[in-house]
Write a protein that binds this ligand. Structure first.
Ligand SMILES: Nc1nc2c(c(=O)[nH]1)N[C@H]1C(S)=C(S)[C@@H](COP(=O)(O)OP(=O)(O)OC[C@H]3O[C@@H](n4cnc5c(N)ncnc54)[C@H](O)[C@@H]3O)O[C@H]1N2
Ligand code: MOO
Length: 392
């Protein structure tokens, strides 16, 4: 049995960025990382733009200008202004080539055929130059940039519709167990509703991983081998729940062995999640999470999260940890370090009742996990303790 810190370090060292390219529609590429530089196909702005509602001027030494026309946003015409002439203009409209300043209308009095400025305009005032943001052929966004909402808007503003991005992993979620039936069906005696797959699917979606395939397998050795083989062949990351402990019908460990999955660790000194398995086959990473739902989710946040971040070359590698003052007391049993479901609030933390790894009710109220190391026996109200903040 290895320690939590050893297990974390093995996951960190064994997961590498998935260096595969995929092409995405820009509007669907939020959260992805650019695989290549994006070159701008146009100047932005594509023409000299007015930044104000007002008047475009061909400057001269006098404050009064003759009004000769109008250009609205979207107009394609280009009036020619002689020195001392002006056109009415609006924000976003093309400034005529012959105009060299725009004065906002608040600083102008209009007499009909002419206008008078309160103060003289400076050359190029209130004109957004052609290509001010980016020029045709320049790098608009560099390889490695994250596609934030602003980046999506920027690329679309350049007329770009598709981008090359780092592929996100294809993820398999495999549930095992004869006792599992799908919510919506009648609950017969001895069965329970299968919740791990939807719970982990939701956790993956919230971290923006959408390429997830669900697999279900009964407690049958041959079927477990077949299902895991397909899941491993077709995916970059495989998350299995259940069947990893020592019972006669826990076939996951034996199946992974038959499939020649390289074991990187099995069993971590922690509560919950002792029978956690982590391994690799070729470039596919495999986590066998304990079937107990709260243990599966706790392992997801502490270990699988790291693998996901590393696959995407994202920071931070681990969920944030802070220290907080406990507002509750907790009696720790046994010598395994524990992750405790808790509510963190502004520097304080409340450890909840009901820490059993079969219980999701407590987890459903939590936004944090308290880390109680091996050396702790009891946590007393007022103690300063380490807290992992969950992305909920
Ligand atoms: N003799 C021993 N027995 C057990 C040990 C041990 O060391 N020696 N460890 C216990 C610990 S700790 C855990 S954690 C569990 C892990 O067992 P498995 O990973 O093999 O999981 P299962 O036995 O298949 O299921 C455990 C529990 O979780 C329920 N479950 C499973 N899958 C789902 C699902 N998809 N949705 C909802 N609930 C699920 C299942 O019905 C069981 O109640 O082993 C202990 N035993
Ligand atoms: O490791 Mo188990 O998760 O304590 O029930």
């Amino acid at each position: 049995m290895i320690s939590i810190s050893e297990a974390i370090s093995i996951v960190k060292h064994s997961s590498k960025p998935l260096l595969k390219e995929t092409i995405k529609r820009v509007e669907k590429a939020g959260g992805y990382i650019l695989f290549k530089d994006v070159i701008s196909p146009i100047n932005m702005p594509p023409f000299r733009q007015s930044a104000m509602d007002g008047y475009a001027l061909n400057l001269h030494d006098n404050l009064t200008y003759t009004l000769i026309g109008e250009v609205k946003a979207g107009d394609g015409h280009q009036p020619t202004l002689k020195k001392g002439e002006a056109v009415r203009i609006f924000t976003g409209a093309a400034v005529p080539d012959s105009a060299n300043a725009v004065m906002m209308q608040e600083k102008v009095s209009n007499t009909g055929n002419s206008i008078t400025l309160e103060i003289q305009a400076n050359t190029q005032q209130n004109i957004r130059p052609l290509g001010e943001q980016v020029k045709t052929g320049d790098i608009a966004l560099k390889k490695g940039s994250k596609l934030t909402p602003a980046a999506i808007g920027y690329l679309i503003s350049l007329g770009i519709t598709e981008v090359s991005v780092f592929k996100k992993p294809n993820i398999a979620l495999v549930t095992t167990g004869n006792e599992l039936i799908e919510a919506g069906q009648e609950l017969t005696f001895g069965k329970i509703y299968e919740s791990n797959s939807k719970m982990l699917l939701s956790a993956l979606y919230s971290l923006k991983f959408y390429d997830v395939t669900l697999y279900k397998v009964e407690d049958n050795y041959t079927k477990t081998v077949e299902t895991l083989q397909t899941a491993i062949n077709d995916n970059d990351l495989v998350l299995i729940t259940g069947g990893i402990s020592v019972g006669d019908y826990d076939f996951v460990g034996k199946a992974l062995n038959e499939l020649k999955v390289q074991e990187l660790f099995y069993k971590v000194k922690q509560k919950p999640g002792k029978p956690l398995f982590y391994g690799k086959k070729n470039d596919t990473q495999i986590f066998a999470l304990p079937g107990n739902p709260a243990a599966a989710l706790s392992c997801f946040y502490v270990y699988v999260f790291i693998a996901l971040q590393k696959l995407m070359n994202r920071d931070p590698e681990e969920l944030p940890r802070v220290t907080a003052k406990s507002v509750s007391s907790f009696k720790k049993k046994g010598d395994r370090p524990q992750f405790l479901k808790a509510i963190y609030n502004n520097g304080t933390v409340e450890i909840l009742e009901g820490q059993n790894s079969s219980m999701l009710q407590t987890f459903a109220l939590s936004n944090a996990l308290v880390y109680a190391p091996e050396t702790f026996t009891d946590i007393i109200e007022g103690d300063t303790i380490e807290v992992i903040l969950l992305p909920v």
